[in-house]
Every structure is written in C-alpha cells, then in structure tokens.
Design a protein around this ligand. Structure first.
Ligand code: CTP
Ligand code: C5P
Length: 378
C-alpha cells in the first residue's frame, strides 16, 4: 500500500487478521470488521470450513462457498483466507504477515472449551473490538422459528424484540448470555454514518437505482447488487418499509426490521447510498430527485402496488428500466426454510453455546470476587 494512503500518519502498513464462522452474516459481523479495519490499513479475514464449524459448534446454515462470498462482499475486507484454522495460531498471522488478530469482546471456544485465541493472546498479538449488542444469529433464528413480528411493529414497540423465545431455546428466560442471548439493537445516526461512504455521486456518474426488501441480506442479493453496479457508477438501494414488505411477503416478514436492513445493505461494497423507506412505486419525482439514469431489478417476480399498478411503470415508459439475472436462486424464504428444517439442531447448538458462555461468566465472576478478596487482604 502506498504510504500516502496509510491511516493516522503511519509510515508502515498495519495488517490486521480476523477470523470466524461468519454464518448468516449480519451487520454485527460487518461492524466488527469495520472496527478491525480501523485499527490498521489492510484487513484479512480467515473463514472456517464447514467441517471445522460442524466439529466445534454444529453445522452452519450457509456452506463455506456462500460464507466466503458474503465476507468478500463486505466493504472493509481486503482479502479472504478460505479454510482458516479454528484456533488462531502465530504461524497463521506470520504466514499472512499480519501484526495482530482482532476479535469481538465475546469468547470463542473449541469443542473442548479452549479459548480459540489463547495463543495470540499469550503472544501479545490480540486486540479486541466491541461486539454489536442486539444482533446475533441466535436472535434472527428465534424470529424465524417463532414467527414473531415484534421486531418491526410500529409505534412505541417498534424496536422491541420478543424475549419470550428464550424459553423455547431451552432455558430460563433470565439466564441469557450477554453475547449470544438476545437483547435489542438500538439504531443510531452515528452507526449509519460509520457504515456509510458519505460520498455523493459525481456529476458525470451514471446513477443506478434498485429497490426491494433485502431481508436477511444473502448471496442472491450480493450477486444481484454486483450486476446492478456494473450498469453504472453510483448505486442507490431503496429499502421498503416494514409494513410495505409485510404487505407483499406476508407472515412475519421482514425478519430484519428497516434499520437492520439499512446497515446490512450499507456494509456491501457495491452500494453507494441507501434510501431508508423507499416508496414501492418508482415515480418520476423519485427518479428526478436522485438523478436516476437506470432502474434495475432481478429476475424475481414483482407484485403490483396497492392501486393495482406496476411499480416500475414509469421507468419502463421512459426506457430506463432493465432486468439483470443474478444467477442465484437464493431467497429469504429459502433461508427460513433451511432453518426450520434444521430447527432442533439449531436450538441445541444455541443452547450449548449460551450454556458455555454462562459457565464462563460465572467462572470469571468467581475469579474476580476471589481477586478482590485477595486485594482486600493485602
Ligand atoms: N460479532 C460481533 N457482533 C455480533 C456478532 C458477531 O462483533 N453481534 C463478531 C464476533 O465477535 C467475531 C466475528 O463477529 O469477532 C465473527 O463471529 P463468528 O465466529 O461468525 O460468530 P458468532 O460470534 O458466533 O456470531 P453469532 O453470535 O451471530 O452466531
Ligand atoms: O426479494 P428482495 O426484494 O429482497 O430482492 C431485492 C432485489 O434483489 C430484487 O431486484 C430481486 O430481483 C433481486 N434478487 C436477485 N436474485 C436473488 C434474490 C434477489 O436478483 N436470488
């Protein structure tokens, strides 16, 4: 990397290593990678194989090819190392010339209860970033399994996530781990600013617009956005509100509320800007407001608006509409299906993960009390 591009006036480039499962990648994962990248100049992410994950915590929802692709799609990631070892070794850091390894402030253990970062911690080559509270794979799976809708309910309970499902995860609702257990995500403008590029389009840029739900941001969305971006220079994604998505998807969709979907889409490297709560119909006003040159949609079916009209009628009329084939048949519904089919396995996996975390917290607390007593004694 040229020295002029280095952060904070550094003269030597700092290479940061992160690793993990990155299953059902969400904006919590993206936020940890954003923070890790800010600690250096170049970010390498090691992603574990399906075999390793199955051995240590149970089978992942997404296969390794899907998980590698999703991590590559995150805008702070410079390089992905496929099949990284579960326990991070100094040899791995040295092989990729990384200064240190970075992880969220939760604890990751092997099947035998060993801290996967003990080697890099002992060598002083470990840094911690803050885990994003209120979003976890466990919580998202809970929303799918229980068909809860509280995550997008309007009004005073708009951001509330149903807590009752803790009992179906096989444990006392009060005994939740602060890491895997579900709390609630509180969206702030600060977070949006951190995720956004903050760059307006240049006057010469060809502006492309796409709109949709982008619920449980997945490989199909990623492939689609890559193709859409190829149609121009600046890609704007319009996100429909929760009630609009619910009108055309029904049931408990969207699984992720509007705020969560905004961050997931903003973390994608092809996206320049997001419209938070875009109208379902792409109107002349909207096209003029954002100087849109082309509206793009994938090959998935489009439902008419409440007035019975085609939402893309205007861009079609002015010949500013095309469809692109993402080449992926992944859908949000397919993900939910996969989870429901493997319901018992996921419940058992999540229960085991939280139980391990709770035991560790108890142990650390006991350790702290003992330490305090020793200090008092001194
Ligand atoms: N991470 C985070 N915030 C979250 C979830 C994950 O910062 N809400 C971070 C983890 O701390 C780790 C990285 O993302 O540094 C990769 O985590 P991964 O191994 O994929 O999984 P989990 O921690 O098991 O994620 P989850 O709880 O969502 O299953
Ligand atoms: O279904 P949703 O509204 O989230 O889709 C957003 C956009 O992504 C749509 O244009 C849709 O056609 C496209 N898509 C795709 N391939 C997939 C899934 C979605 O092109 N597998």
């Amino acid at each position: 990397m040229p020295e002029s591009k280095l952060q904070n006036g550094r003269t030597k480039s700092i290479r940061v290593w992160c690793d993990g499962c990155y299953d059902m990648v969400h904006f919590g994962h993206a936020n940890s990678l954003r923070q890790a990248k800010a600690l250096g100049d170049y970010l390498i992410v090691g992603v574990h194989t399906d075999e390793e994950i199955t051995k240590h915590k149970g089978p992942p929802v997404f296969n390794q090819e899907e998980r590698y692709k999703m991590v590559r799609g995150i805008k702070w990631v410079d390089e992905v190392v496929e099949g990284a070892p579960y326990v991070t070794t100094l040899e791995t850091l040295d092989k990729y010339d990384c200064d240190f390894c970075c992880h969220g402030d939760d604890i990751t253990m092997t099947a035998d209860g060993v801290d996967t970062y003990h080697l890099v911690k002992a060598a002083g080559r470990y840094r911690e970033v803050q885990r994003t509270a209120g979003v976890s794979t466990t919580d998202l799976v809970g929303r799918m399994l229980l068909l809860t809708r509280n995550h997008f309910r309007q009004g005073e309970r708009e951001y509330e996530v149903e807590k009752e499902h803790s009992s179906t995860m096989g444990q006392d609702s009060l005994a939740r781990s602060p890491w895997t257990g579900c709390s609630q995500f509180l969206p702030t403008t600060q977070k949006i600013i951190q995720f956004s590029d903050g760059k307006p389009p240049k006057p010469t840029d060809k502006v492309v617009y796409v709109a949709g739900a982008f619920d449980l941001f997945h490989v199909g969305h990623l492939d689609f956005l890559e193709k859409a971006k190829q149609q121009g220079d600046y890609l704007i994604v319009g996100l429909h509100t929760d009630p609009v998505v619910n009108r055309y998807k029904g049931s408990n969709y969207p699984i992720m509320n509007l705020h969560e979907r905004v961050l997931s889409v903003l973390a994608c490297k092809y996206v320049s800007e997001v419209v938070i709560g875009a109208p379902y119909t792409v109107t002349k006003d909207l096209m003029e407001h954002f100087n849109i040159d082309m509206v793009v949609h994938g090959c998935t079916p489009v439902m008419n608006d409440v007035d019975g009209r085609d939402p893309f009628a205007y861009p079609k009329q002015v010949k500013k509409f095309i469809t692109v084939d993402s080449g992926s048949d992944m859908t949000t519904e397919k993900i939910v299906d996969r989870i429901i089919r493997n319901r018992l396995e996921f419940e058992a996996r999540n229960f085991k993960k939280e139980k391990k975390e709770l035991e560790l917290i108890k142990f650390l607390e006991k350790d702290k009390v003992n330490g305090d007593l020793i200090n008092v004694g001194n």
